[in-house]
Ligand binder design. Structure first.
Ligand code: ATP
Length: 323
């Protein structure tokens, strides 16, 4: 038995649509060590948010296991699920739409404490709200403010305070800085990092932007149409990306002060439909290296060692050719 803190096996989520089964998440396998972060990266529609929602059991998987400290949380009883829900939290991209516009900062932060009846003593509960505000760097003077009176960074701090209220262990951060100005993005990332060091949180960090996670995660998994196409320790992924899709994503990141201009790989071709996908590499339609084999069977995962895995038929060949 593995001693990973979180272990996900063959996780799938299919949505039934009038046109057929939409394979939003299609067989994910990964683990996360306690106190570490896994980054989940990919374009819109690749299944990142669905993965985050499955981890928090806001969505029920079609198939697969999510082991949390060895317990499969997809099979928990009602009571067990209530306990699990306290240990896991989610921070959303747009705090404006996830916060109730009619609730003050105080009432937004106190809500999870009230729902789970954490405090009987009113004074203790109020102290906890002020403590949470301090932890996320939100001045006490905003306690009676409404979301529309605050800027995006402060609104996201309320979202973070709500997520911390029940002292969770695992937090899914779903594009937590994507809606924020670049200057504020760094402040929120630093805050999340500091909180992780202080409380030992384990994070899943979801983003469409690889540059955001470069200094934030230990490991990255790159998703394409519901599947992981590449997974590696972050340094390894940036230094030696092996899947053609990861290379294209990396080539889109601007590098300041680089003498030789980096060549941007533009992806051409239509994105394959996630509905009843054919037996083929899902990236084949946009891959300039695709062969008949890629268009007629699904590649398995190749283990390159050192925690680096790639789903590509031609991974060794392309490396030899230095393509
Ligand atoms: N409730 C649903 N019913 C049907 N299809 C859904 C549902 N939720 C998501 N999908 C589909 O599942 C696929 C994955 O969506 P998901 O939101 O997880 O992707 P994403 O990578 O997070 O994209 P984005 O960054 O745009 O949110 C998409 O094709 C989406 O249209």
């Amino acid at each position: 038995m593995s001693n990973s803190y979180i272990e996900v096996k063959n996780l799938k989520k299919y949505f039934q649509t009038p046109a057929g089964n939409l394979h939003a998440v299609d067989g994910l396998d990964f683990s996360i060590a306690k106190g570490k972060t896994i980054g989940v990266v990919g374009e819109s529609g690749c299944g990142k948010s669905t993965t985050g929602r499955l981890m928090t059991m806001l969505l029920e998987p079609t198939e697969g296991e999510i082991l949390f400290n060895g317990t499969d949380v997809t099979k928990l009883s009602h009571k067990g699920m209530a306990e699990y829900r306290k240990k896991i939290q989610i921070i959303f991209q747009d705090p404006f739409s996830s916060l109730n516009p009619r609730k003050t900062v105080f009432h937004s932060i106190v809500e999870p404490l009230d729902i789970h009846r954490v405090y009987r003593d009113k004074g203790e509960k109020e102290n906890r709200v002020y403590e949470l505000m301090e932890l996320v760097g939100l001045s006490e003077r905003f306690v009676n403010s409404y979301p529309h009176e605050l800027d995006g960074g402060r609104r996201q701090r309320i979202g973070i305070a709500r997520a911390l209220a029940l002292s969770p262990e695992f937090i899914v951060c779903d594009e937590p800085v994507s809606a924020l100005d670049v200057s504020i993005q760094a402040q929120i990332l630093n805050l999340l990092k500091r909180l992780q060091l202080q409380f030992g949180y384990t994070y899943m960090f979801i983003t469409h932007d690889l540059s955001v996670v470069k200094h934030f995660t230990e490991e990255i998994m790159v998703m394409y149409l519901g599947q992981v196409v590449e997974k590696a320790p972050v340094k390894q992924l940036f230094a030696n990306p092996r899947h053609p899709y990861t290379r294209a994503l990396l080539s889109a990141i601007p590098v300041p002060n680089l003498k030789k201009k980096k060549e941007r790989i533009l992806l051409q071709g239509e994105i394959t439909s996630p509905i009843n996908p054919k037996n083929e590499c899902r990236f084949a339609a946009r891959c300039s290296f695709a062969t008949d084999e890629c268009r007629s069977s699904t590649p398995e995962i190749t283990d390159l060692g050192g925690g680096h895995t790639v789903r590509c038929f031609r991974v060794h060949e392309l490396e030899e050719m230095r393509l």
